[in-house]
Design a protein around this ligand. Structure first.
Ligand code: HEC
Ligand code: HEC
Ligand code: HEC
Ligand code: HEC
Ligand code: HEC
Ligand code: HEC
Ligand code: HEC
Ligand code: HEC
Length: 463
């Protein structure tokens, strides 16, 4: 989008406000005073204006945020994003539209945005934020991993074994609380498959959802996870808080890692002096003195153009059980390595950048070595019938989960993004402690040919 549109937009909007104030006056007193009406009609149609005017009374918060957005200045309104064709599976009518032939939906997917922003949406759809983010919780039959995560990360407890794994829903008659951990948790970050009731409104708490939400018309993706509605700001999305909503906590503490890094320290000290408003692809060093998440993973910088495909600049897959160089639908790791280096060299020399890249490679080697040892011990225990069926009641398997999902990710991501405390004290240090405990359990079971009676692990332990 060319930002020159912005100025014209702002002028139109100013005229529009003036127009709105004088509309009643103009129409009754001076029916032939066409000029201001013409401006309004050019900016917003009569139908579009009616949504704004009524909602300004009924939902002032929404309208106020929208008013300060650059899109409102460019004449994009409720009407453009919320109206749908009558035959859309999501079509309904709000109180103000009953009796008209205008249909709307409270659901707005990336498909709506793609009418005006096709490139951003195309890139987004190739990234892990789209289908893959949803697959992690919605396609549990696809892989053992999903099943394990879905069933056991809190869902398959207290009646939740009755859940239908393919939909994440409970059989009829079951109380709704059994799916609440998905609704309040997984779904708000990863996304959800929206289901509709007879009035074409979402049911079963399957909306709203996170980044990879799947809509009834087949569209994927909720763009407002970073461009919070109804302001849809580019500035918001450049700040680390936009990502920290989901990228935090014991299993992927990216925002914590960032705040610990020298980059985050610069943001915390000087971030309020930085300029976040530059036009797309022109946000460069000088506007800021250190990178945010967006700078490294998305924004145009130096030779690089902005991308909505967050895996484009990654070499490693650091989220799964074994670190591997990215390929297939997880991207192209070797290309990713080259692109990420192009980010660093805007502010660092090649020696500094090489050291960081080698450190990450070495951390992956160390982690993979421990993971391989854990897999070998587990296989032997399984062959001898020395594993429990429920992994959360089995000390060995529980620790193995922490090795990968918590401590191992922290070590790898801490090393990747320059946070020594996460790389070591929350990372490698705890990795080796977990590993030693696993060795003890393994030795006990092999020596005694039985499983110890009580779990040696407390789930709330410091892991
Ligand atoms: C009818 C066309 C249209 C639709 C639909 C549309 N946009 Fe826009 N969008 C624009 C225009 C035009 C601009 C440029 C505004 C400017 O530069 O002042 C813009 C600008 C933006 C910006 C930059 C804002 C800023 O702070 O500079 C973001 C982010 C954005 N749109 C996101 C979205 C999202 C997300 C959706 C879907 C929910 C969407 N747009 C749907 C036309 C549209
Ligand atoms: C650029 C596109 C865009 C524009 C313009 C827009 N919306 Fe939205 N709106 C969205 C998106 C995206 C969502 C989130 C939908 C989702 O998660 O499926 C949303 C959600 C909503 C919701 C449902 C969520 C809630 O909090 O209840 C309402 C109501 C709503 N918008 C009203 C409005 C009104 C009124 C206007 C005009 C002042 C407006 N919207 C303008 C894109 C837009
Ligand atoms: C005369 C007042 C009025 C007009 C005109 C009006 N609305 Fe509404 N709208 C409401 C009220 C009141 C609600 C909340 C109650 C309801 O959903 O019926 C609402 C709800 C909504 C919702 C949320 C629905 C939900 O399920 O949460 C959206 C989206 C929406 N309107 C969009 C629009 C759009 C787009 C237009 C213009 C084409 C429009 N409205 C015109 C009064 C109005
Ligand atoms: C609404 C939650 C949410 C927000 C906000 C969010 N992400 Fe993500 N992100 C996710 C989820 C969920 C995944 C895991 C996807 C999967 O299952 O493969 C992910 C994955 C990623 C990945 C790995 C992608 C891949 O293809 O493997 C990167 C890099 C990333 N996010 C960066 C960011 C950045 C940078 C921001 C902010 C500008 C951000 N994310 C904002 C939820 C979010
Ligand atoms: C606070 C937001 C958040 C919540 C809640 C959340 N996740 Fe995630 N999840 C993420 C992010 C971010 C990643 C990417 C982690 C990384 O890059 O290390 C991720 C990664 C994953 C992955 C590995 C990636 C893949 O696609 O294979 C799976 C599986 C997964 N989550 C499943 C779940 C399940 C199941 C739940 C609920 C029981 C859940 N998540 C809850 C944010 C969240
Ligand atoms: C993970 C966070 C994130 C998500 C999700 C996201 N965006 Fe963005 N978006 C950004 C960032 C960061 C920028 C600013 C890039 C820069 O610095 O130039 C941006 C910029 C934009 C712009 C301004 C023009 C440009 O390309 O730079 C538009 C338009 C836009 N996004 C639309 C969308 C649409 C449409 C979607 C949904 C498919 C979407 N965004 C989803 C983070 C996100
Ligand atoms: C200085 C640049 C930089 C900053 C700032 C930065 N990252 Fe990263 N990030 C990296 C690098 C480098 C990697 C590892 C890349 C590779 O695989 O080669 C990485 C990896 C990741 C991954 C791991 C993907 C996986 O495979 O599991 C996620 C998720 C992520 N970053 C999100 C974020 C978030 C969220 C923020 C802000 C809170 C952030 N990053 C800040 C450079 C950065
Ligand atoms: C916009 C400029 C900018 C970019 C881009 C950038 N950095 Fe930095 N980086 C800084 C600043 C400023 C410091 C603080 C220097 C100091 O400690 O005095 C820093 C410090 C660091 C440090 C702490 C060690 C030290 O030198 O004191 C590491 C490690 C680091 N950066 C790695 C990276 C990597 C890896 C990349 C690319 C993925 C990257 N940086 C991209 C500006 C940048």
């Amino acid at each position: 989008m060319k930002y020159s549109l912005g100025k014209i937009g702002i002028m139109c909007f100013a005229l529009l406000i003036f127009g709105m104030v004088s509309i009643a006056f103009a129409q009754t007193q001076y029916p032939n005073l066409g000029q201001k009406e013409l401006v309004i009609k050019r900016g917003f149609t009569k139908e579009a204006l009616s949504c704004i005017e009524c909602h300004a009374k009924k939902m002032p918060g929404t309208v106020e945020s929208w008013k300060i957005s650059n899109m409102s200045h460019a004449g994009v309104s409720c009407y453009d994003c919320h109206t749908v064709e009558k035959r859309s599976p999501m079509a309904s009518q709000c109180e103000g539209l009953k009796g008209t032939d205008i249909y709307i939906s409270p659901m707005v997917s990336s498909k709506t945005c793609s009418r005006c922003h096709p490139q951003e949406v195309e890139q987004f759809l190739k990234s892990g934020h789209a289908a893959l983010a949803g697959a992690a919780i919605m396609d549990p039959k696809k892989g053992k991993l999903q099943k394990l995560m879905y069933q056991f990360e809190g869902c398959a407890f207290m009646d939740n074994d009755k859940l239908d794994l393919s939909t994440g829903l409970t059989p009829k008659g079951k109380p709704a609380y059994v799916r609440v951990s998905k609704t309040a948790g997984c779904q708000m970050c990863h996304g959800t498959q929206v289901e509709l009731g007879p009035d074409n409104k979402p049911i079963n708490e399957t909306w709203p959802g996170g980044v990879g939400t799947r809509y009834p018309d087949g569209a994927i993706g909720t763009c407002t996870v970073c461009h919070t509605r109804h302001r849809f700001s580019i500035a918001d999305s450049r700040k680390p808080e936009a990502c920290g909503a989901c990228h935090l906590g014991p299993d992927h503490p990216n925002i914590e890692i960032y705040f610990e890094s020298k980059h985050g320290q610069q943001y915390l000290s000087h971030g309020d002096e930085w300029n976040y408003e530059s036009a797309p692809d022109t946000w460069e060093p000088g506007d800021y003195t250190a990178p945010t998440c967006a700078t490294c993973h998305m924004s145009g910088i130096g030779e690089l153009a902005t991308t909505h495909n967050v895996q484009e600049r990654l070499k490693w897959d650091l989220m799964h059980k074994k670190s591997v160089i990215r390929s297939g639908d997880r991207g192209d790791g070797l290309k990713g390595d080259k692109l990420m280096r192009k980010v660093c060299v805007n502010c660092h020399g090649p020696t500094h950048t090489d050291v960081q890249r080698i450190t990450l490679d070495n951390m992956n080697e160390l982690y993979n070595k421990q993971w391989a040892g854990a897999v070998k011990m587990k296989k032997e225990l399984a062959d001898k019938g020395l594993l429990k069926k429920d992994p959360w009641k089995d000390g060995y398997q529980e620790l193995m989960y922490y090795l990968w999902h918590h401590t191992g990710r922290r070590a790898r991501q801490g090393a990747a993004m320059n946070a020594p405390d996460y790389a070591h004290w929350h990372g490698t240090f705890q990795m080796f402690q977990v590993y030693k405990d696993m060795e003890d359990i393994y030795n006990y079971r092999i020596k005694n040919n039985k499983i110890e009676e009580l779990s040696t692990v407390m789930s709330s332990a410091p892991y």
